[in-house]
Design a protein around this ligand. Structure first.
Ligand code: PLP
Length: 383
């Protein structure tokens, strides 16, 4: 199997991740505040927060909280920020994990206005600025599009948001571990991430960060294993990780984050960009193939379509006949397809990780070439 669906979940995982997960499961359980030997429980979770802080550019790692992934984090952040009644902006590139909570948590969010992106999926800070007003509580920005791979200028959008008194919430689901992130330096107020993509953790892990000083309240309450007699909390004095934590998952996430730091995020970004550049050049040479996004350095995602073939059929053929796994359709980001012109059927999405190789890119190019020439042959026959 040539696995090129890394933007969904990375595979294979580095061996250190498999080992960390297995040994956490094999060890005597230790919870966050429920006892355990040094190096287990809280210590291990804080160590994971420190590693994540280095990847996300966050120095206040105590304000990084674990969750079951970006979707869980988006719900926590949208529920917890002071958005009530306010208007929010979300870009046309957002994933449904942002759009759906924004549009359905109606008692927390007022009006949602969509900031349009260009034909490659790029959002201009000037466009955001022109739409901001005194009633805007927050701007939601997808750092790296999971459809076109386009990377947004987070610092410029954050500055625009702050000039109008709005918060900047960054969805780093596709960028964490793949593209350098400087949340503190860019002025990010809240950030969501997931564990099982570029951070090489397991499914069902992730988290969010909220800058100190930003008013925030929890959307879940429960046991934390300490201060058990206390039943109510005052504003600003909450605990955000109630319930038994996914300790094996967090151990795997720490191992994945440590792997990313050892390899170096910039080195990973360079490798992934080089792989996609090779793919882009190969696919560009094929007449029936249309590429989306732009050719500038982007995230580890590339979308294409083949004229005359639905993306779902192309993906079916790639897997069935060539053993290549990609993903077809709208990729849970419905609005961006209007901008890039793929609203009807979506795209074929190829996504790579640090584990993929040039040979795999060549294999995909050859498979697409064969599909295209098969179509030419059928066309000629009918003609
Ligand atoms: C940009 C973006 N945001 C959020 C998510 C949701 O991540 P998860 O499914 O881990 O909650 C994804 C997943 O594909 C994504 O691509």
């Amino acid at each position: 199997m040539v696995y090129l669906n890394q933007a969904a979940t990375t595979w294979p995982k580095p061996p250190c991740v498999l080992e960390a997960h297995a040994s956490a499961l094999a060890a005597v359980p230790a919870g966050q505040f429920r006892g355990g030997a040094p190096g287990q429980g809280r210590d291990a979770m804080d160590e994971c927060r420190n590693l994540l802080g280095r990847i996300l550019g966050v120095s206040d790692t105590g304000n990084i909280f674990f969750s079951s992934g970006a979707t869980d984090s988006a719900n926590a952040v949208i529920y917890g920020l002071p958005l009530k009644g306010g208007r929010v902006l979300a870009t046309q590139t957002e994933h449904n994990s942002i759009l759906r909570p924004l549009m359905n948590l109606k008692d927390r969010v007022g009006r949602v206005d969509i900031v349009p992106c260009g034909a490659s999926g790029r959002v201009d800070a000037e466009t955001v600025e022109a739409m901001l007003d005194a009633d805007t509580a927050a701007v939601f920005l997808n750092h790296c599009s999971n459809v076109t791979g386009v990377i947004q200028d987070v610092g410029a959008v954050a500055q625009a948001a702050h000039r109008h008194g709005a918060l900047l919430v960054l969805d780093a689901a596709q960028s964490a571990g793949c593209i350098p992130i400087e949340a503190d330096a860019w002025g990010v107020d809240a950030l969501i991430f997931t564990g099982h993509k570029g951070l090489f953790g397991v499914q069902g892990t992730g988290g969010y960060y909220v800058r100190k000083g930003v008013p925030f309240s929890p959307y879940r309450y429960g046991g934390t294993g300490r201060d058990s007699r206390r039943l109510t909390y005052e504003a600003g004095d909450y605990e955000y990780e109630p319930g038994t934590q996914n300790q094996p998952g967090i151990a795997a996430l720490a191992a994945g984050a440590a792997y990313v730091l050892r390899e170096g995020v910039e080195q990973i970004a360079r490798k992934e960009q080089a792989l996609l550049e090779r793919l882009r050049r190969g696919l560009e040479a094929l007449e029936r193939v249309r590429l989306y996004g732009d050719s500038g350095p982007g995230g580890p995602v590339l979308s294409f379509t083949i004229d005359g073939l639905k993306p779902a059929d192309a993906a079916y053929m790639l897997e069935g006949a060539f053993g290549i796994r990609v993903r077809a359709g709208l990729h849970c980001a419905p609005l961006i397809h209007r901008a890039i012109g793929t609203d009807a059927w979506g795209t074929v999405r190829v996504s790579v990780s640090n584990m993929n190789t040039e040979a795999e890119m060549d294999c995909l190019i050859e498979a697409v070439r064969q599909i295209c020439s098969g179509m030419e042959a059928v066309h000629a026959d009918r003609g």
